[in-house]
Design a protein around this ligand. Structure first.
Ligand code: ADP
Ligand code: C5P
Ligand code: MG
Length: 205
């Protein structure tokens, strides 16, 4: 579905970065926590969902098709998503970047590896019970078209089935760190920020 005008930057022109993928079911709190890490540690944070929504809002030719996929709670073609992430990362001056909501399935993961040419350093898995995630999404008041009962159900199901092999892959190579996110925002952040400090020896800005 990617068009020539959206062709991603060539792999060799993008300097390698330390990439942290933040994954977890819809409503597990990824965006909330990434905002805090980004604010305190000065790490650029890219929300994959936001990048896709911006592409659609820009009035691109494939917008209708992409919006339909989102409303079905499905995952859009990986070449499009990875192209958006490459473009966003190319504008980041920092060596470390946080990517929220990627990968979502094995195709995302393998297209990233072939298109970007290197893998993430760490996968942060946000673990939250389904009923808690669903309740949060019901209350989220961002006016998102996919925050409706039917689509929420599909998103949760797809997360469970499509992420399992991705997590198996990253667990087998020791890259997954799991954080329990069924607790208040400050409690999660306390664990996450101390993990970040230890892991990357960084101080808050
Ligand atoms: P995700 O990006 O994983 O879909 P969000 O960060 O957007 O999740 O959080 C989903 C909703 O839940 C938002 O309305 C957010 O304000 C709220 N939320 C996030 N973290 C928590 C938490 N720890 N406890 C209660 N509500 C939360
Ligand atoms: O992460 P977020 O909840 O913002 O994602 C919203 C939707 O965007 C997903 O349900 C999915 O339809 C689409 N998406 C995707 N591929 C990704 C991330 C998001 O297709 N890697
Ligand atoms: Mg989000």
């Amino acid at each position: 579905m990617a068009t020539a005008s959206e062709a991603p930057p060539k792999t060799e022109s993008v300097k390698q970065k330390r990439v942290v993928f933040v994954v977890g079911g819809p409503g597990s709190g990824k965006g909330t926590q990434c905002d805090l890490i980004s604010r305190d540690f000065g790490v650029p944070f890219f929300s994959t969902g936001d990048l896709i929504r911006s592409l659609i809002a820009s009035g691109c030719p494939e917008g209708k098709q992409l919006q339909d996929i989102i409303l079905q709670g499905q995952i859009i073609p990986s070449e499009v998503t990875v192209g958006l992430l490459q473009k966003a990362m190319a504008s980041a001056t920092s060596d470390t970047v946080l990517i929220d909501g990627f990968p979502r399935n094995t195709e995302n993961r393998t297209v990233w590896q072939s298109q970007v040419g290197y893998d993430c350093e760490l996968v942060l898995l946000f673990d939250c019970p389904e009923e808690v995630m669903v309740e949060r999404l019901r209350r989220r008041a961002e006016g998102r078209a996919d925050d409706n009962e039917e689509t929420i159900k599909k998103r949760v199901q797809n997360f469970k089935s499509q992420m399992a092999p991705v997590l198996d892959y990253y667990r087998a190579i020791g890259k997954v760190t799991t954080i329990s996110t069924d607790r208040p925002v400050d409690d999660i952040y306390s664990e996450l920020s101390s993990l970040w400090r230890q892991r990357f020896a960084a101080s808050p800005v």
